[in-house]
Design a protein around this ligand. Structure first.
Ligand code: NDP
Length: 273
């Protein structure tokens, strides 16, 4: 039986073992998937021993996605852009390869599960941390009309803008300037503020008529961001549970060569929250 695992710290809250066991059952794959909490100085040795012992693949979560990027021998173009890895596997020369499926998870959730197109739309993202970094390459591939980055620390957003220079119309700016520059079709909350029940620098003036508001955080109840969106007349709002399941499905497809049906798994995980 092939072994898989998610590594991070903390890890007890992770839904990945449940998600991947549901995928494995659905697609009849003979595999196991566990969660391992690691200290930073254990990471390198754990990954190497895991693969040397025949491990099939690893997911990497906070706070090790950048370190996983450093330890991989080669990375996919989207992981190179993100400089962060959430999926590790061996290539046919037994070299450790890294990929980042967070962005495609977000885009699939928005487009397929919620039926919202990104191409040609005006996108505003709050935040410029790891989640936004991981998602940006996939959003760029969707050819949004423009991607505006608003972050508490403007310099971090400007750094992302410069790394993606020439690939898309991406501009980092203070919240006030974003409000003055017009409204947006898609507002994405990629900050960690929902965890503490706080809102990023939202303003009703940011909402275009058919605006879709997406919170990367997920919860068993409305997040403050999705509830703000509803209250102020956004056409649609969603939390990030679909993103979580879709990024897992992409990892699963990389490892097992089969893509699970995510809809029943999203429903099942929602009930487990
Ligand atoms: P990081 O810690 O890397 O980044 C946090 C971001 O939030 C930064 O942009 C930070 O701004 C901003 N922020 C934090 N505190 C404040 C504050 N008090 N006021 C304003 N801005 C603040 O976290 P991640 O990027 O990894 O995660 C962000 C969110 O995305 C989390 O809610 C996480 O749960 C979610 N997520 C969801 C996933 C999914 O699959 N659904 C996957 C990964 C993440 P600054 O730069 O100024 O510090």
């Amino acid at each position: 039986m092939s072994q898989y695992a998610v590594i991070g710290n903390p890890i007890a809250h992770s839904k990945s073992p449940l998600i991947h066991s549901l995928f494995a059952e659905q697609t009849a794959q003979d595999m196991s998937y566990s969660a391992t909490q690691l200290e930073e100085d254990q990471l390198n040795a754990f990954v190497r021993v895991f693969f040397a012992n025949g491990g099939g693949g690893l997911n990497v979560t906070l706070p090790y996605k950048e370190k996983a990027f450093d330890l991989a021998s080669s990375c996919s173009p989207r992981a190179e852009l993100a400089k962060a890895v959430n999926t590790l596997f061996l290539d046919n020369q037994n070299q450790i390869c890294g990929d980042n499926t967070d962005g495609v998870g977000l885009v699939t959730d928005i487009k397929v599960n919620h039926g919202v197109q990104i191409q040609g739309r005006r996108v505003l993202i709050f935040g410029a941390g790891g989640a936004v970094r991981g998602a940006l390459a996939a959003l760029v591939d969707e050819h949004a009309a423009k991607i505006t980055l608003v972050n508490r620390t403007l310099a971090t957003a400007q750094q992302l803008q410069s790394e993606f220079e020439g690939l898309a119309n991406i501009e980092a700016m203070p919240a006030k300037q974003a409000v003055e520059s017009g409204c947006y079709d898609l507002l994405i909350n990629g900050t960690s503020l929902s965890l503490s029940g706080e809102l990023p620098a939202v303003d009703v003036a940011l909402l275009a008529q058919d605006c879709f508001c997406y919170d990367m955080m997920y919860s068993d109840t409305e997040t403050v961001f999705t509830s703000w969106a509803k209250k102020h007349g956004a056409k649609l709002s969603a939390d990030g549970l679909g993103m979580l399941v879709e990024q897992a499905a992409e990892s699963f497809a990389i490892w097992r060569g089969v893509r699970p049906d995510t809809a029943p798994v999203i429903e099942r995980i929602r009930k487990s929250l």
